[in-house]
Design a protein. Sequence first.
Length: 273
Amino acid sequence: MTFSIVGRSSDGAAVGVAVASKFLAVGAAVPAVEAEVGALATQSFANLAYRVQGLAMLRTGTGAADALAGLVAADPARATRQAGVVGTSGPGATFTGDDCFPWAGGVAGEGYAIQGNILTGPEVVAAMERAWLASEGSPLARRLYAALAAGDAAGGDSRGRQSAAVIVARRGGGYGGGSDVEVDLRVDDDPDPVTRLGGLVELWELYFGKPDPETLLKLDGELAVEVAQRVAAAGHRDLAGWAGVENLEERLVDGHIDPLVLAKLREASSTRP
């Protein structure tokens, strides 16, 4: 009833899951992630105990294939289960029980595992793998979403669409560095959840993505004067205060300004009555 991908970032520092299904709030059931440990997806009559048990095994240094084999071996209903696991190194692993509703199957490789059941056909998994491999080097949330969107475009869940989610963990990657959950976005009930999820990923990148150091502008001279004037025109005392109100504080860099922040500031000050 679901298609998903578990994956690891190109630098190995982040792990995550993207999933879509004709199922209410699939993001509440399928994925599990832990920074510097791994990620997994449990689906097809999902055994939610896999999430805690699988991460516990990965935490001890067990590889993805062995962790998945251990989960399956201990489950008397394994023939109805489907799951994917990835650790912090090595290839991912996927399992599809013999009693999963067709079409069902998966594929795994270095740093990823893709799986789905009740799909329109094997082309869904194949499209997801192509998209994943083609987007190497992209931020993990974007890369996971690209694979999910490709699977959706290829047919996805044969019963239709309802929900989708993406979650990524990186040590200290959460808001303000206070947690390891870097991305946690869900569309719980929507006729086009994957498209809606894509919009949320774009908003996440806007508000919480880190600016490219090579694009930063030094905040001095005429630019510093302009920024100060525009901040005042927008009704604030300083750039930090304005950025906080606009939810752009994660993009602030001392002594510099992100071009995206500057564009938003110019827009805000030019439209203010």
